[in-house]
Write a protein that binds this ligand. Structure first.
Ligand SMILES: [Zn+2]
Ligand SMILES: [Zn+2]
Length: 157
């Protein structure tokens, strides 16, 4: 069973095998905020290793099904470990790949309501530009880093 994801203009479409995400998060890091022009980003991370320049992973978990020629692979810096895939036509991001960690992060918005997104926690809350008072766990950096409260203050755990 595959889920179909697509960019804003539908030129780029991909399929991802339906599985439980490793994590569903709200990311507040500057990279997510600036690259997506959003105050925080809803993310779903999956254990998929997608190498640069490939249209599918070797285990059949993800494949580009339309618009491979419209897909732009963006490296923010030569050393960026995260590869950002976006549509050349509409500019929307479809997913990020971190081949070195065997992970792909995509966004519930690309599935057009077909996924039931429920964030597990917030990450990079130390970089937030607004407070979210939802009571969910909040990490200063990535998962496992220092815990913060809803106001961004350190809490003892
Ligand atoms: Zn597009
Ligand atoms: Zn981020």
């Amino acid at each position: 069973m595959y889920l179909r994801g697509q960019c804003f203009c539908s030129s780029v479409q991909f399929e991802i095998v339906q599985m439980k995400a490793l994590a569903q998060t709200l990311c507040h890091c500057e990279s997510c905020r600036r690259s997506h022009s959003t105050a925080s980003l809803a993310c779903m991370t999956f254990p998929i290793k997608l190498e640069d320049g490939k249209s599918a992973d070797s285990e059949g978990k993800l494949r580009i099904v339309k618009g491979e020629d419209k897909l732009k692979l963006y490296h923010h810096t030569p050393n960026s470990y995260s590869r950002r895939y976006l549509c050349k036509e509409c500019g929307a991001h479809v997913f990020n790949s971190i081949p070195g960690m065997g992970m792909v992060t995509t966004f519930p918005t690309v599935f057009g309501g077909a996924v039931d997104f429920k964030p597990d926690f917030h990450v990079n809350y130390g970089e937030k530009i607004f407070a979210v008072r939802d009571g969910l766990p909040k990490y200063k950096g990535f998962m496992g880093s220092e815990r913060l409260d809803d106001d961004g203050q350190p809490i003892a755990v």
